[in-house]
Design a protein around this ligand. Structure first.
Ligand SMILES: [Zn+2]
Length: 121
């Protein structure tokens, strides 16, 4: 891989990382406000329909926060692969991931064929 490609990959991943961190700030902001709202309601969740809704929202946002954090970690590990020259190589078959797939999913670890295969089992 030539240096120019490496720079382009790095820039794309850094842009992806910034977006993910902005998203994380948004969802954690939401998460904090939901937690604050749930602290304000002193009724127990079981008998208060509103309390149950807040508990549901909290678990939904918690899952979203975990998902975005995982994505940031994926982007970080992709940046490490750019540095050691293994970025864009499928971890399953060792073939090229393909520039279209990397443009859509900069942190992709596998080529589209291997990704499709693992999804179907
Ligand atoms: Zn593959």
């Amino acid at each position: 891989m030539v240096d120019q490609d490496r720079d382009r990959d790095r820039e794309r991943l850094e842009a992806e990382r910034r977006l993910a961190l902005e998203r994380l700030a948004t969802v954690t902001g939401d998460f904090d406000s939901v937690v604050a709202a749930s602290l304000d309601t002193n009724a127990d969740d079981e008998h208060d329909p509103e309390g149950a809704t807040i508990a549901f929202e909290r678990s939904q946002i918690g899952a979203l926060v975990a998902q975005v954090r995982r994505h940031v970690a994926e982007v970080d590990s992709a940046l490490l692969r750019v540095e050691d020259g293994t970025y864009g190589v499928c971890e399953t078959c060792g073939g090229p991931i393909g520039s279209a797939r990397l443009a859509a999913l900069p942190a992709a670890r596998t080529c589209i064929r291997c990704a499709g295969r693992s999804r179907t089992g």
